[in-house]
Design a protein around this ligand. Sequence first.
Ligand SMILES: [Zn+2]
Length: 442
Amino acid sequence: MEKGMISVDRWSESSQVYFLTHLHADHTKGLSSNWNRGPIFCSPITAKLFPVKFPGLRLSLIRVLEIGSLYSLPLVSPSTGSQTIIQVTAIDAHHCPGAVMYLFRGEFGCMLFTGDFRWEGTTERALIGKSMLLNALGGEKVDFLYLDNTYCNPSYSFPPREVVAQQVVKIIASHPEHDVIIAINTLGKEDLLLHISRTLNTKIWVWPERLQIMHLLGFHDIFTTKTSLTRVRAVPFYSFSINTLEELNSIRPTIGIMPSGLPWVVRPLDENDPSLGSSLSTHQHISNCNTNRKDQVNRNQQIEELSSVRKFHQYIYTVPYSDHSCFDELQDFIKLVQPLNMRGIVSSSSCYIDPLYYFRDLHGQNESAKQSSNKFQQRKINGNVEKLETKSSNVCHTIHMPVKSERTRKAKAGYLGVHMSKVSILRRRSRGVKIVEIDGVD
Ligand SMILES: [Zn+2]
């Protein structure tokens, strides 16, 4: 992509402003504590967590966007070189703490970047998020949707996280004499741990960096780094393996719980390769890249299979607790926003699941991006700092931007003038590598 105005979760190329959806490592690749390319827009919680993830980063570069509020930014149009104003609203993505999606409006039209998101639609929080999104849209269609296509395949269907959290509690309660380890990321799955703690009235062990994050998130009494205080421990994904469980069981009876939307299987033991016998790998997801519509015939059977708790190893349970939307939720989301066009943000060198393959019939057909852009132009007010009136919000905050360099002014627009990350995710570069990633397993 050519240089443009805005980058979302993309840090390798020059832009006038940068937006971060959330702090998982696969969305911050290229961002470092030495960052000095420009302001970083993010949610309040993400801003709070920044010093832990990027110690030493200049906090003056952080711009906090309140969830649901409308902001206007004066930028320089890459196509004309003159000033243009974009609007942006951050909306709760229900993924991990601080995660947001961004709705942009400007000369490029109306664009929605979901980042990683879960669209359950059943919880009160989800209903608030839906209402916020509809309010921000103000009845308009989305011209271009950048979609979290992690589970964009009909074979992926899992229950709401509340339901799975109850399943996890049942597993732990049915092993009263066992220690329990639960694999988690450096951010995310907090609601699951809180549910376990409250229901079973127990503290939960976490590693020191994770405890620091928990304290920043406001959880002061539930988590501990003292192993003597609890039999339930949340451990990093990279330390969760069959070998670990077997070693732990030589000392004390221990079970492991793997919460993930991905179905995990045990690789067959190869006597000639002892390392294979103790690894978990993903099953089915990537291999379904070439799935054709005939496979949907078996969907119900697959849903039933994938929705339940599974025990793949003597000591390991897997539960479909996912912070990404499953296929049906993606479908509901697309029906709601009716994008004129869309593409997935998750890809790898070996696979890209195009949302249009499954949702071609659902995206909107009623108005063009040009029409939408014209509507924006009609209601735009000239000047850098004036309040914008739109249907989508009663409140508008204006952000003052530094003077752009001549180099930036001459920069040509990329696609729609916006750099959007392909999120070239390490975890998906080959099948089954998620287990060894510290971050990005969610
Ligand atoms: Zn994520």
